[in-house]
Design a protein around this ligand. Sequence first.
Ligand code: ADP
Ligand code: ASP
Ligand code: MG
Length: 474
Amino acid sequence: MKIMKFGGTSVGTAEAIQQTAGILVDAFHEMPDQPPVAVVSAMGGVTNLLLEHARAAADGDEDAGMRLHQKLLDRHFTALHDLVPDEHDRSALFEEIEQQIDRCTQLVESVSVLRDLSPRAEDWIVSFGERLSSVLVAGTIEALGVRSTPVASDSYLVTDGVFGGASPLMEESRRRAHETFTPLLSSRTIPVVTGFFGASEAGVVTTLGRGGSDYAATVLGALLDATEVVIWTDVDGVLSADPRLVPDARTLSTISFAEATELAYFGAKVIHPRTVQPAIEYGMAIRIRNTFNPEHPGTRMGPEPAKNGSVKAITAIGGVSVVTVEGAGLIGVAGITARVFSAIGRGGFNVYMISQASSQHSLSFAVRGEDAPAIIQLLEDEFELDLIRQRLLRIWEDPGVAIIAIVGAGMRGTPGVSGRLFMTLGDARINIVTIAQGSSELNISCVVNESEIARAVPLIHQEFGLAEGDAPGD
Ligand code: ADP
Ligand code: ASP
Ligand code: MG
């Protein structure tokens, strides 16, 4: 069983879809009795387009629906025109695509009537990007002479119903996945499955979060007992740094699940942070490969701990705020830390890193900038009495910062790594706001001003000799 996921760039234009369909058709011809299962993202930029127009509609823009309609038609019809030469087949696909676009436009128009975009409506609207791309990709495969059909993932992926960040219910989904896919595969049909979303038990569409198609692919792999999931994207694999910041970043041939999770968690966009979870739990390997350079073997992710090397990769995440809770009252008051983090947990917010400096009676933690105001409000409510009694003096936010993390299992027990990191930043006169080291010693992270990312990341990458042509660290 082969699961192949193709991201937004890999289905972003007619040429890219042609390339994607070619990879799938080649895999099919290798083993026609076991067709690959494709999982696709929306055409690059379409998810953002849907969100922007839905939000504009909620703000009272009455033309948002019509504008969206036109843009979706242009984008998908142009691609379809280049991809399916047969006029009869093409007009059937035109119709299917137009119906989906009409449906989506109606939803956006209802949003502008209501002037309200609920999380439920938003998830439903953004699911149309994948619904449309799956029709295009399946149509292209058929035009290449192999049977293929689009599959909307709300037909089998049952979720817990949490909008914008749903989790799959595996047992129920497994039964439905087998019902959906077994007949297709045994009739030698390539299913082209929408990534990104599923539906609650009541059938309400729920997305897995932005970038969630990677996760959708490994979840499907787990449901269908796949041994490997290939994530096809627009770079050769997991690189030692974001290639947009470090052009000579090196492709890592292998990386452990634990390392990949750390990288994803601290901003490496190449995989969604939850992608490896099903792989660990159900024993699959993950490979990252380049749709536009299919000769390259890519990066293999597996459970094996790294054997050698120290720092493997560096990543950065911007748009972060540091929230600090400070006061003499923090000293010796057992349970304050617990109260801080249980309040944040109740709000469902994610904390990137924590540092506590007892000499200054303060506790600082890094969170997404957009979450900071709500977190501060939660803490002010939680500590209302303490604030009145002045036991806790202040709670404040330092916005506009970024976290830089260096990742590598080989750092464990290697002395001097953090020294080199901080020396590099010090020599460049880049101020460090806070520091944390994961207790697993898989990562060392620090907070700097967001404006320093572009300078700091290449310098650290160079200091640890991670570039292409340097001695390999993996
Ligand atoms: P897709 O649309 O295929 O899901 P994404 O844009 O989500 O692709 O992720 C791939 C992008 O991630 C690459 O084009 C690259 O710019 C970015 N990226 C950031 N950090 C890394 C890294 N360490 N290794 C590889 N790519 C990275
Ligand atoms: N299309 C969705 C997004 O842009 C999901 C994905 O591509 O992974 O977030
Ligand atoms: Mg992605």
